[in-house]
Design a protein around this ligand. Structure first.
Ligand SMILES: [Cu+2]
Length: 162
């Protein structure tokens, strides 16, 4: 049964490839990345949890994707009782304290989409860390209304919606 065995090994290799899709770029590990579906020319946002497995602070300092003409690191602040987005220069990733990017908090803003993001597809997103360098993550696109951990739609400044 050598043929069957080869096929089985191929299948295992394929499964291993799928399992490692949430980019495992030592020494930083990206968990459960996702982005929202959106129309071409509009904005979307990407969310994930970033774990630092080293004993040294690292910082996410930039991100880029072929699907968006501009990519920024954002957070939300409470401004006069209204949640607004604000660009940040870096997102700190401390050892033992994963950085959580989620709706209503830190996120990666995908601005001026070069093409539509469709639910069910996967988009590449390259993260640049101060110490670890560049890490490219494959980010699944969820529904436009997805909220991840149950956060509702907030108010956003600057005309962004996500
Ligand atoms: Cu934003």
């Amino acid at each position: 049964m050598p043929t069957t065995r080869r096929l089985l090994l191929s299948a295992i290799a394929a499964l291993a490839g799928v399992a490692s899709t949430p980019a495992r770029a030592e020494p930083l590990v990206v968990h459960e990345p996702w982005a929202r579906a959106a129309l071409q020319g509009r904005t979307s946002a990407a969310y994930m949890t970033i774990e630092n497995t080293t004993d040294t602070l690292d910082r996410l300092v930039a991100a880029a994707s072929p699907v968006a003409r501009v990519v920024e690191l954002h957070t939300h602040i409470l401004d006069g009782g209204v949640m607004r987005m604000r660009p940040v220069t870096a997102i700190e990733v401390n050892p033992g304290e994963p950085a959580v990017l989620r709706p209503g908090g830190l996120h990666i803003m995908l601005i001026d989409l070069a093409r539509p993001l469709r639910q069910g597809e996967t988009i590449p997103l390259t993260l640049r860390f101060e110490r670890a360098g560049e890490v490219t993550v494959q980010v699944p696109v969820l529904a436009a209304g997805a909220t991840g951990h149950g956060h509702g739609h907030g108010q956003h400044g600057g005309g962004h919606r996500h």
